[in-house]
Design a protein around this ligand. Structure first.
Ligand SMILES: NC(=O)c1ccc[n+]([C@@H]2O[C@H](COP(=O)([O-])OP(=O)(O)OC[C@H]3O[C@@H](n4cnc5c(N)ncnc54)[C@H](O)[C@@H]3O)[C@@H](O)[C@H]2O)c1
Length: 149
């Protein structure tokens, strides 16, 4: 079966996200990098392109903002195509004792680290499993034959 994987990676502008991006491109995927930090995200792309990797797309967005997630997801669909794998790595870790945490920071932590999964889930449900992919898997299971052979 010949599936062109398109991976979407959030928090690609730094740390673990950037390291994951380096791993993913080695598998010849189309990579869509999302990050609120436009500069860091573009640096990740530039770094990979300098190593000869292509098909890397960057988008600036706040994963905790539902409207923004759905708007940018739609943009990705039109400009890059359907996404087949989503890695939601973006997160914040404001490490302080509980009694020193400010209410707005607590709220933001839940928005970014928890609720973002639900906003991205909407995107997954509408686009992550495109018909062609589902059909290819179904054909493979039904017949045991590679639809591309
Ligand atoms: N580094 C660790 O030891 C460790 C341990 C446990 C869990 N984690 C988790 O792993 C993930 C990555 O950690 P890291 O160390 O690479 O962190 P990091 O701060 O180096 O990178 C996180 C990336 O997420 C982006 N980001 C933050 N908020 C965002 C938002 N609202 N929308 C879009 N992008 C946003 C940042 O701009 C950054 O590029 C985080 O979720 C973190 O909580 C990290």
């Amino acid at each position: 079966m010949n599936i062109e994987w398109a991976k979407e990676l959030t928090g690609a502008g730094n740390g673990i996200g950037r390291e994951l991006a380096k791993q993913f491109v080695q598998h010849k995927v189309t990579l869509v990098c999302w990050d609120i930090d436009e500069k860091g995200n573009n640096e990740t792309k530039q770094m990979l392109e300098e190593q000869g990797y292509k098909n890397i797309h960057t988008y600036k967005l706040d994963v905790s903002n539902r409207e923004e997630v759905l708007r940018v997801a739609d943009k990705v669909r039109k400009e890059v195509g359907e996404v087949t794998i989503l890695v939601n790595n973006a997160g914040i870790m404001p490490c302080k004792p509980l009694n020193e945490q400010k209410p707005d920071v607590i709220r933001k932590t839940f928005d970014v680290n928890v609720l973002a999964h639900f906003w991205e889930k909407e995107f997954i449900l509408f686009g992550l499993l495109p018909y062609k992919f589902i059909q290819q898997v179904k054909d493979f299971i039904d017949t045991g034959l590679d639809p591309d052979d």
